[in-house]
Design a protein around this ligand. Structure first.
Ligand code: SF4
Length: 212
């Protein structure tokens, strides 16, 4: 894909949604971090339902740590893998207090040292909470980047590198959200809705469908 096409794709995505936001509900970097840890293999809607009950009761490392694994599990048991996630969240809270004064670190290495926080989660927090131009590649972004040929790659790390290289600078801060939303609602895994896709004429996917 050439640079002019890439530019036009992001220009249109921005035109349709000038201020894209994550669909996870949060009000502090800590709430975002916990929501992202909980969202692994779960839907944002499911996570939001759980955090809507949890955060009014406990939305700081100290308060969640005080709940303990069992207490926290009560709030998140509707989310897949809740037991393992509860353990990770409690340990993360403990480490945030111990190493970072109860604050979420604005630093990749420190974030990735927390349990339940891998490269993708760290990238989401760095981009969404701290506004670094980094790219968290999830299943939607991986699919959209490959189908459109915006940033093809065999694995998520390759796609991440390609996106950082090819997304025009002015779109880099928000590209993550535009691509996720496009993948979630238009370029869906089983049946991409090419018939009503804003970038259909620019997309290089050879198997475009007429579905809208
Ligand atoms: S045209 Fe189809 S394959 Fe290409 S981005 Fe749009 S929905 Fe996805």
């Amino acid at each position: 894909m050439n640079a002019a096409k890439r530019y036009e794709i992001f220009r249109r995505l921005r035109e349709d949604n000038p201020e894209p936001r994550t669909e996870l509900v949060y009000s502090t970097p800590f709430e975002l971090l916990i929501a992202v840890i909980l969202s692994a293999q779960a839907t944002d809607v499911g996570v939001n339902k759980a955090t809507a009950r949890l955060y009014p009761v406990a939305n700081t490392p100290e308060a969640i740590l005080a709940l303990g694994v069992e207490g926290l599990s009560e709030y998140i048991k509707t989310i897949g893998l809740y037991n393992a996630k509860a353990k990770n969240v409690i340990e993360t809270c403990r480490l945030l207090i111990e190493r970072h004064g109860g604050q979420v670190p604005d630093d990749r290495e420190a974030l990735e040292a927390l349990p339940g926080v891998g490269r993708k989660t760290a990238n989401v927090v760095l981009n969404t909470a701290f506004r670094h131009p980094v790219m968290a590649v999830d299943t939607h972004i991986f699919r959209v980047s490959n189908r459109t040929r915006i940033a093809p790659g065999k694995n998520v790390l390759e796609v991440e590198r390609q996106l950082l290289k090819f997304v025009p600078k002015e779109f880099l801060l928000d590209a993550h959200h535009w691509l996720i939303l496009h993948g979630r609602y238009v370029c869906q895994a089983r049946k991409p809705r090419c018939g009503s896709c804003r970038i259909e004429d620019l997309c290089e996917y050879p198997e475009k469908t007429a579905i809208d």
